[in-house]
Design a protein around this ligand. Structure first.
Ligand code: ACO
Ligand code: KIV
Ligand code: MG
Length: 506
């Protein structure tokens, strides 16, 4: 048996059947081009008889996309099959895919056909499809809810009529991995002519088992997997191409199989599909989600810095992602912080890492997204560490007649506590006055500016304060996500510089 698993992509057919994923002709062609370059073996381009647009999409992809086999779906009736054949006329390699439901539920309630009628229809459809192309796929819709002996009977008849691929779809995502394995194994060991066709699997994700079931089918001997990018498709979707392909690649030691997919093109293709359909991939989606190669906790980040395989089973480049991301946040540790500081070009040996780390943790408790600019701000942070510390501050402000006021608690050089309050022209002015009173020092404010130094609604503000005291100019700097806190931090910086200078002079 071949070691190659044929990747049959049905993003443009079953994928397009998912609500909200309809694509224009131009979008389908763009996607088909991306799928060809991704290296899929078969592109199911659509259901030619469904509408003039579908017909044109299949015909146009058949004409222009070279490389993969182009496939069109058809019910087991003459009209659908002739439309499929007509649409595929110009394809370099073409396949007609005919299907009919085989399960008792579908036979009795939907098709209103007996078992014999289903077999007759299947055989006639495969026979007609063969007059357009040698490459004919037959699917037993709802195969996994079909009586096993009848399933074997239909498969045998379809192969005898010329089907070169027999597809065993779990149309409603009902089966389990062991049940799928057993079904494929049963067909392999029961259907006398089974070796004349490739066994295919087509799994839906209603119970979240589409990829697991597809892999079970492969383990039992299926050599074609039908799948879609991003797992789009009817209801909960189809087997996700990126997941099944990366499972086969990453666990080659287990499956001993290969696909022809150029896996570095997975992410760009997936992003193209998201852009076209407007359907956002969840952050935690395997392989392609934003978090799939992101690490936010300190212990994992330390592991990743020591050896990438500690917490990653595949490399981001293998799916077309630039790199792993170590996301700095409240769960990060010193290793990741130091790594980021180095990456930003600072000499970590000469920085006070403990001080930066403490400031970083305090910031991360307040701010969800820590940016590079935030880290730079922390490294540049206040160089003064005293002698005055702001222990508490409360400010009130408002519009109209509200008087801005501030209350502060400062801890002085010998640990003494100083409490003061003041009113002012706004909360910053009130806070500065309260601090001056608490310390017993009056400075002349020459300038105050606040700039945003990182991005987003929770951006860090950097405040710069210029004051004159005893005939000299002093500068202070402070950062915070809160502009009053940033201004007060800058004022404390300046107060401390003055205090240290006075202490040195005395
Ligand atoms: C599991 C799957 O994904 S199957 C593919 C599903 N995809 C689609 O349905 C998308 C494209 N479909 C369409 O545009 C339309 O359904 C069309 C044009 C194909 C058919 O439209 P209509 O002729 O109005 O029929 P409608 O869709 O309402 O009903 C389906 C008919 O096909 C019959 N049918 C369903 N499956 C098959 C089959 N595999 N082989 C033969 N006949 C079938 C049904 O019994 C029903 O027949 P009836 O009209 O004689 O009662
Ligand atoms: C047409 C068939 C293969 C299908 O999409 C299904 O059964 O889910
Ligand atoms: Mg399907």
């Amino acid at each position: 048996m071949s070691n190659n698993v044929i990747i049959f992509d049905t993003t443009l057919r079953d994928g397009e059947q998912s609500p909200g994923c309809a694509m224009s002709l131009a979008q389908k062609k763009r996607m088909a081009k991306a799928l060809a370059s991704l290296g899929v073996d078969v592109i199911e381009a659509g259901f030619a008889a469904a509408s003039p647009d579908d017909f044109n999409a299949v015909a146009s992809i058949a004409r222009d996309i070279k490389g993969p086999t182009i496939c069109a779906l058809a019910r087991c009736n003459d009209h659908d099959i002739r439309e499929a054949g007509r649409a595929l006329q110009e394809a370099e390699k073409k396949r007609i895919h005919v299907f009919i439901a085989t399960s008792p539920l579908h036979r009795e309630h939907k098709l209103k056909m007996t078992k014999e009628q289903v077999v007759t229809k299947a055989v006639a459809a495969v026979t007609l499809a063969k007059s357009f192309t040698a490459d004919v796929e037959f699917s037993c819709e709802d195969a996994l809810r079909t009586e096993k002996d009848f399933l074997a009977q239909v498969v045998e008849a379809a192969i005898a009529a010329g089907a070169t691929t027999v597809n065993i779809p779990d149309t409603v995502g009902y089966t389990t991995p062991t049940e799928m394995f057993d079904t494929i194994h049963f067909l392999k060991t029961t259907v006398p002519n089974i070796k004349q066709a490739i066994i295919s699997t087509h799994c839906h994700n209603d119970l979240g088992l589409a990829v697991a079931n597809s892999l079970a089918a492969v383990e039992a001997g299926a050599r074609q997997v039908e799948c879609t990018l991003n797992g789009i498709g009817e209801r909960a979707g189809n087997c996700a191409l990126e997941e099944v392909v990366m499972a086969i690649k990453t666990r080659a030691n287990h499956y001993g199989l290969d696909t022809g997919i150029r896996t570095e093109q997975i992410l760009p293709s997936s992003r193209l599909l998201s852009a076209i359909t407007g359907s956002v991939v969840p952050r935690n989606k395997a392989i392609i989600g934003d978090n799939a190669f992101a690490h936010a906790s300190g212990i994992h980040q330390h592991g990743m810095l020591s050896h990438p395989e500690t917490y990653e089973i595949m490399r981001p480049k293998s799916i077309g992602r630039i790199d792993t991301s170590l996301v700095l946040g409240k769960h990060s540790g010193r290793h990741a912080l130091v790594d980021k500081i180095k990456e930003l070009g600072f000499d970590t040996a000469s920085e006070d890492i403990e001080r930066i780390f403490a400031d970083f943790k305090a910031l991360a408790d307040r701010k969800k997204h820590i940016t590079d600019a935030d880290i730079e701000a922390l490294v540049f942070g206040q160089s003064s560490t005293g002698p005055w510390q702001l222990a508490q501050m409360q400010v009130t402000s408002g519009s109209g007649d509200t008087i801005a006021s501030a209350a502060v608690v400062l801890v002085g050089p010998n640990g003494s506590e100083h409490r003061e309050a003041a009113t002012g022209d706004g909360p910053v002015d009130a806070a500065f006055k309260a601090i001056e009173r608490a310390i017993g020092m009056e400075v002349h404010l020459e300038g105050l500016s606040v700039n945003s130094i990182s991005e987003g609604i929770d951006a860090q503000g950097e405040a710069q304060v210029r004051v004159r005291y005893a005939g000299q100019n002093f500068h202070g700097r402070g950062t915070s996500t809160d502009i009053v806190a940033a201004s007060v931090s800058a004022f404390m910086d300046v107060i401390n510089r003055i205090s240290r200078q006075m202490a040195k002079a005395s």
